[in-house]
Ligand binder design. Structure first.
Ligand code: SF4
Length: 329
């Protein structure tokens, strides 16, 4: 049994890109591992953010994760800001993290261009991520492609801390990445990765009608100008979505009907919309049930935070001792 840690942004809504990528694998991982799933609200404030909706987005994400199958009797589900040790450890790790390493992070370079005055939190974001992982001495971390570089830095910080403060026997395990098999889900524009900020998503709790309204105008193979023009399914995102939501014989039929122009793109999308709505129906229903039970969700997050704090206390006791601090009374 490995200890697995995963941080999830409080974006409010889980879209099919998150679900097919990270969340389905998190549900599987909790079966055979000691899994900790943390809604990283402190990471979410490192840029411009909407103060008024942060708490609701955090709660909605918790409900979404529970609806998608995260089981609090198997995994520890909690909110990052409910466990203050994350920022304490992040500060300690900041003192051994080379500035140059932080400055060369691709995400920092991209995101810092949006600011006239760059917040230091944007630079030290990967250190907080390293602290999230090390606090629980996690061995495995499910990550998307965009976080691989940050995890590599977390591994480097781990090696440096161990070499400095635990030279005889490493205290922190070096966290290993788990890359999702459904790594990159393209959005409905057929261009960029599915992302809420690009408005090219379908939420896992959307109704069949909402799913259809989004799929209907979605980008397809541009060669299919009329119903009689054959297409190339491999270059069409609708075909790739079929592979996630439709049975294999339907996927074969989609490819055949596309290549031979035996149906139009609207027919193809209707089949996808039906299969997607059916696949997501249990999540939608459970989400509605849980939304009506806010007390239960608070209880789950309270229990999760208590468990996380207990584990974090153990780590921090060892860390502060090894770093030479005077123990408190
Ligand atoms: S028929 Fe289906 S797979 Fe082919 S281009 Fe249209 S939507 Fe895409």
């Amino acid at each position: 049994m490995a200890r697995v840690f995963s941080g999830i942004q409080p974006s409010g809504e889980i879209h099919i890109g998150n679900w097919l990528g990270m969340i389905r694998s998190a549900v599987k991982l909790q079966e055979e591992n000691d899994a900790l799933y943390c809604i990283v609200d402190q990471h979410a404030i490192t840029g411009h953010y909407d103060i008024g909706t942060l708490s609701q987005r955090t709660r909605d994400m918790a409900i979404g994760l529970l609806a998608a199958g995260i089981d609090p009797s198997r995994a520890t589900l909690f909110v990052q800001s409910h466990v203050p040790h994350h920022t304490t450890l992040a500060w300690l790790l900041t003192t051994i993290t080379p500035l140059g390493e932080l400055e060369r992070m691709t995400q920092f370079k991209d995101k810092s261009q949006r600011f006239e005055s760059i917040p230091a939190g944007l630079l030290s974001y990967p250190v907080l991520m390293a602290a999230d992982i090390l606090l629980y001495r996690a061995e495995q971390v499910p990550v998307g492609e965009d976080q691989v570089q940050h995890l590599e830095l977390a591994r480097e910080i781990t090696r440096k801390w161990n070499a400095t403060f635990a030279p005889d026997e490493p205290f922190f395990p070096e966290p290993q990445p788990i890359l999702s098999t459904a790594r990159r889900i393209i959005g409905l524009d057929g261009q960029a990765k599915m992302s809420k900020s690009l408005g090219n998503t379908i939420g896992v709790t959307e109704s069949p009608e909402e799913i259809w309204q989004k799929l209907r105008p979605a980008m397809t193979d541009p060669a299919r100008v009329t119903r009689h023009d054959p297409g190339t399914p491999e270059i069409c995102n609708i075909y790739h979505l079929h592979k996630h939501f439709s049975p294999p014989d339907t996927v074969e039929l989609v490819a055949h009907n596309c290549r031979t122009a035996s149906w139009g793109c609207i027919d193809c999308k209707k089949v996808l919309a039906g299969n997607m709505a059916a696949t997501l129906a249990p999540i939608r229903e459970r989400y509605a049930e849980l939304s009506a039970r806010p007390g239960y969700v608070d209880e789950v997050l309270g229990d999760g935070a208590a468990d996380a704090r207990r584990r974090a206390d153990e780590t921090m006791r060892e860390v502060t001792e090894r770093m030479g601090f005077l123990p408190g009374v």
